[in-house]
Design a protein around this ligand. Sequence first.
Ligand code: PEP
Ligand code: MN
Length: 263
Amino acid sequence: MGKSFEAWGWSEKHPLIIAGPCSVETPEQLDETVAALVKQGVKIIRGGVWKPRTRPGSFEGVGAIALPWIQEVKKKYGVKFAIEVANPNHVKQALDADIDILWIGARSTVNPFTVQEIADSLKGVDIPIFVKNPVNPDLALWIGALERLDQAGLKRIGAIHRGFSNFNDTTYRNSPMWQLPIELKTKFPELPLINDPSHICGRRDLLFDVAQMALDLDFDGLIIESHRDPDHAWSDAAQQVTPGVLGDMLHRLKIRTINPENS
Ligand code: PEP
Ligand code: MN
């Protein structure tokens, strides 16, 4: 299962970088954030439209009204856009709005019925789709979700490592448990695997080290939350960074390259 980014027909250089706000909030927030990210060389933007929140009563995303705002920034800045989908209705609306990349969130990956419904709604559609690891450290569940998409005929499937729920880890919001993504990569060497340091760390000061660890482990890319004004973000404020800070971090990250002459 799985085909590398090269086989997806993507010309982006490794590592793949996806960045953008946790949530799309307003047309102005989106435009300003995307403009600043593009200046930092980011070509693929993320932004949550429908937000799965652990507790009720928190901001649950602006919903489908964000889709025309996204279409606008795609046109204006020439970027690709990735959003989370959690049911076939989201899939339909995302496809109608020409969203380029989908992902299944950690709270959906745990539910095989949900994943199957999403997979069925994508039969005959050729769109890149990433699967975040389930919230619990269950590799079989993660693989099962990837297989459901594979069996539905999707050709461009990738995995996102966003860490695992924990009860007493005082450092990370979601423990990285690196052995799980490593085992996934060992089982499916061609499957693109990217790291989401934002949801692992839960706080911005830890992002660099986690991102560097992922690159050292040969992950294929990073998805990082970035917002024009992180402290006032409507969701996940503590872990977001400004596009400027993100750009600086991307410059400082050491990217492992294989140089045959030195080996
Ligand atoms: C997100 O990407 O903003 C998100 C809700 O992530 P996760 O599914 O990893 O919790
Ligand atoms: Mn988030």
